[in-house]
Design a protein around this ligand. Sequence first.
Ligand code: AMP
Length: 175
Amino acid sequence: MSATDALAAAVRDIPDFPKPGILFKDITPILGDPVLLRACADALAEPFRNAGITHVAGIEARGFLLGGLLAADLGAGFVPVRKKGKLPWKTVEAEYALEYGTDCIQMHADATGPGDRVLIHDDVIATGGTAAAAADLIRQTGAEVVGYAFILEIPFLQGRARLDQSLPVYALLEG
Ligand code: AMP
């Protein structure tokens, strides 16, 4: 079995979580297996090895799980993108639409800046709203978004259509 097939087989589908109608993609079986964990970080890093990435921006909370490993793999720093009110220093922020209402994410205003080349990472891209807001944050600091790396994309939600069409959007798996 290829590494990608093994990773795909490990993702667990949980119907109706956290609410009815949502098919939750549970990546914790990948995290719990040392071989799959390593393979997942390596596969996410692969397309970006020569992209001059200075920082990986991981989105709360599941973007933190592989984000540090991915950053270490690429010789880059790690930047947490968090829900509003969680970060202690000066922040930039971006609002994005949810099914009902809006949400807000923040990052430290000095976490990246002009000349930095940032890769955005999360476990799953669904509608793409969170990742698009993360790109907005990075650009507010003067840094450049170089691409996006997700473990899994849910294609029918067309999240990548909300991201910059000129940038690489890499998803290891589809589901
Ligand atoms: P979105 O902004 O719609 O792309 O949602 C992305 C965020 O929601 C990510 O942080 C994911 O972890 C989470 N998410 C959305 N849908 C799912 C799903 N079906 N399974 C697991 N996580 C999901």
